[in-house]
Write a protein that binds this ligand. Structure first.
Ligand code: PLP
Length: 454
């Protein structure tokens, strides 16, 4: 046994023993972590019993809100009944079968097959493997290359982070995969080249995609990965019609369109899935996680079709999967979560309160430091800039997003900093009054930081 002091508080234990995802070592050494203790609805309390309105929704995920007794009961019941069973080869359990059937029901188009994973990254990783598998059994063994986009975030496993391309993620200390992974421009409607409008931007992006496919070789490109709205890359809003045109190019060249709906799925922008309902695209594969269980249990899913399943059956076996895939407790939680979204009509609610959030945050664009307020419904961000007219970014070293989130935190509001952005993605159960508090507090925080910077 080590001689660990017994009288340390949780924050001290955390500091001594935990490596946080994306640790910024300097600020962590100075400040440590904000230690949360409990949550209810859209609120969380820290270990000193201070209350915060959580405008981050955990991490884009607590869609039905925290502290739901029905969820705790569903999880406890399943844990007592059957806490674990694997779903390898020919083993199954009732919650995973029911959840697969439910997702098949909710998914667009012909998508009716589900492969469970442990979260979003592993869903992307699994879909990536499925691409090569599928094309090989279809007699197209060269189609192993994939195309994704700048500013995308698809997760942190080796494959999923290699597919993503968010600035700063691919630190040179890790040698990520590059072979067979290609990127095209993000569909960024905020910083368009001079003289562009959305239609011109869309034309250029589609032409760039076609050119990239040609450069790699049509017979070598197997899939295109796209978040309907790029989330952590800066809530990048695509031009009208762009995603559909990209999907049409994919169809033309037997390229699988893989929608990463890890953030956009399960109501964040008012629909079960955004691809079809918002962007008129029926993907070949959907990857989802987060809102699937509202974060009550770790779970992700790859949703695809008989078309792909039947093709893959032509091979010996599907040699991929995780111990916790189809975990009965996680699946029971996801089933109850979906039931709550349905019973409480949370998709409609997300549309209504999401519209209100858009309007309230939109008013922040009048602030001198705010360059852009963008997003859709409950997936929004506020971008601070050095110059509104020229959209000149603020220097990275200022960490303005973090300064704003620190200021907001001091006033009882949690917003997520990403560079010069502050992301807002609250639970779907947020009220108009809570949105008022959020907008007012964020305004105060931005003004405080702006005053300090002059
Ligand atoms: N895809 C997108 C769009 C995401 O935003 C994330 C996480 O934020 C992931 C994938 C990875 O999901 P996870 O962190 O559950 O592995």
């Amino acid at each position: 046994m080590k001689d660990t002091p017994k009288d340390l508080d949780p924050q001290q234990l955390d500091r001594r023993h935990l490596l946080h995802p994306w640790t910024h070592f300097d600020s962590f050494a100075a400040d440590g972590a904000l230690m949360l203790d409990r949550g209810e609805g859209c609120y969380v309390w820290d270990t000193a019993d201070r209350r915060y309105l959580d405008a981050v929704g955990g991490l884009w995920c607590t869609n039905i809100g925290l502290g739901r007794k029905e969820m705790a009961d569903a999880i406890a019941d399943q844990a007592l009944r059957l806490a674990f069973s694997n779903t390898f080869v020919d083993m199954g359990n009732t919650p995973s079968a029911k959840l697969a059937a439910k997702l098949a029901d909710l998914a667009p188009g012909d998508l009716n097959r589900v492969h469970f994973t442990t979260g979003g990254s592993t869903a992307i990783d699994s879909a990536y493997r499925m691409v090569a598998f599928y094309h090989r059994v279809m007699g197209r063994p060269e189609k192993t290359h994939v195309i994704a986009r700048d500013q995308s975030y698809h997760g942190a496993t080796y494959a999923s982070i290699s597919i993503g391309k968010r600035p700063g993620d691919k630190v040179p200390e890790f040698a990520y995969a590059q072979d067979g992974i290609h990127h095209v421009s993000a569909p960024d409607t905020y910083r368009m080249p001079d003289g562009f409008d959305e239609a011109v931007l869309s034309d250029r992006l589609v032409a760039e995609f076609e050119a990239k496919i040609k450069e790699i070789g049509t017979d070598r490109v197997g899939a295109f990965f796209a978040e309907p709205i790029q989330a952590s890359g800066g809530v990048v809003m695509p031009p009208d019609g762009y995603l559909k045109r990209m999907a049409d190019v994919c169809r033309k060249h037997d390229i699988l369109f893989i929608a990463d709906e890890v953030v956009t799925g399960f109501g964040r922008i008012g629909h079960w899935f955004a691809s079809e309902d918002v962007f008129d695209v029926t993907p070949d594969i959907i990857c989802c996680a987060k809102g699937l269980s509202s974060g009550y249990q770790p779970i992700g899913a790859v949703i695809f079709s008989d078309r792909i399943y039947n093709a893959m059956q032509g091979d010996r076996w599907y040699a991929s999967g995780y111990t916790y895939a189809g975990h009965p407790v996680a699946c029971a939680a996801a089933l109850k979560n979906i039931e709550i979204i349905e019973d409480e009509d949370l998709l409609h609610r997300a549309k209504r309160v999401g519209g209100y959030l858009e309007a309230r945050l939109g008013a922040l664009s009048d602030l001198p430091m705010v360059g852009d307020v963008r997003g859709r419904r409950l997936m929004m961000c506020v971008e601070s800039v050095a110059d509104k007219e020229t959209k000149t970014p603020l220097p990275d070293h200022l960490g303005v997003g973090k300064l704003i989130s620190n200021a907001a935190e001091a006033h009882g509001l949690l917003v997520r900093p990403i560079g010069a952005l502050n992301v807002i993605s609250p639970a779907l159960v947020i009220t108009e009054a809570e949105i008022d508090f959020m907008a007012e507090t964020l305004e105060v925080a931005i003004q405080e930081v702006a005053d300090d910077l002059v």
